[in-house]
Design a protein around this ligand. Structure first.
Ligand SMILES: [Zn+2]
Ligand SMILES: [Zn+2]
Length: 258
């Protein structure tokens, strides 16, 4: 805890820096873990892409600072002034609400991502910002946070704003951030880790995994979602799964890819 007489700008700087370090370590740990898993499960998949991965890590560490700053400010306000609707006591919210808060947060995040992502594919914004993310051809486990700062801002503000509007227990918030981290990494790592019975099930047809997001990186103007295929399906931008990933996973013949 920071001393109460610390000047506010200095306190904000310290907390934002601390959160930036945590976000950066979380990224390095998660991407490192799945890059290691990739080396074991798909040896050679990242061969010859050393330079690309170094670039991805650089952009991602810059993104960590952009994610860490608003999160740090909100964390400071929560601790010192009781800002936000985050609770630490489970009894502060009805028991049935806790499992509900998770899909609410994920859906709002997914909605913001879908529409800002579509916006980022307009030629002007693609040139200014989103080209950085698509410079990863094809992406790797290190691509997860490889964004231009302009694009990183659009992702960095969603949860810090949401905690002022939608109540959530701190444990559920931790779960939201864990899902965001794991899916961000695994959706880019170039192979499918989920089993066929899930990816090709009725539920799987509404969820985004590597098979789905890879196709966005192959074709650009489709599959814009983050966690769910709801907006892509509603807006006619869902083009199904990456044939390469589905074939390599041994999941299904090409004609069954959807
Ligand atoms: Zn991507
Ligand atoms: Zn894109």
């Amino acid at each position: 805890m920071l001393p109460p007489d610390l000047p506010v700008p200095l306190a904000l700087l310290i907390v934002s820096f601390a959160v930036t370090v945590i976000v950066a370590l979380r990224y390095l740990l998660a991407s490192g873990l799945f890059a290691f898993a990739t080396a074991r499960m798909r040896p050679g998949l990242y061969a010859g892409r050393g330079e690309q991965m170094v670039r991805e890590v650089r952009w991602s560490l810059l993104s960590a600072a952009i994610y860490g700053t608003p999160a740090g400010i909100v964390l400071w306000g929560w601790q010192h002034h009781g800002w936000t609707l985050i609770s630490t006591d489970f009894a502060a919210l009805p028991w049935w609400y806790h499992p509900l808060s998770l899909p609410i947060y994920l859906f709002v995040q997914d909605t913001c991502f879908y529409w800002s992502h579509r916006w980022m594919h307009r030629p002007k914004w693609f040139r200014i910002a989103h080209a950085v993310h698509h410079a990863s051809r094809p992406p790797t486990a290190w691509t997860a946070m490889s964004f231009h700062p302009v694009e990183a801002v659009t992702g960095a503000i969603v949860v810090p704003v949401l905690v002022f509007l939608v109540p959530i227990n701190v444990t559920m918030l931790g779960l939201v951030l864990t899902i965001a981290t794991v899916m961000g990494v695994t959706n880019h790592m170039g192979w499918e880790m989920f089993p066929r019975w899930l990816v090709h099930s009725p539920l799987g047809h509404w969820l985004i995994t590597a098979s789905h997001h890879e196709r966005h990186h192959e074709e650009y103007l489709c599959n814009f979602g983050l966690y769910f295929r709801v907006w892509d399906r509603l807006c006619g931008t869902d083009k199904g799964l990456s044939r390469r990933i589905v074939a390599e996973a041994g999941h299904a013949p090409a004609r069954a890819v959807s």
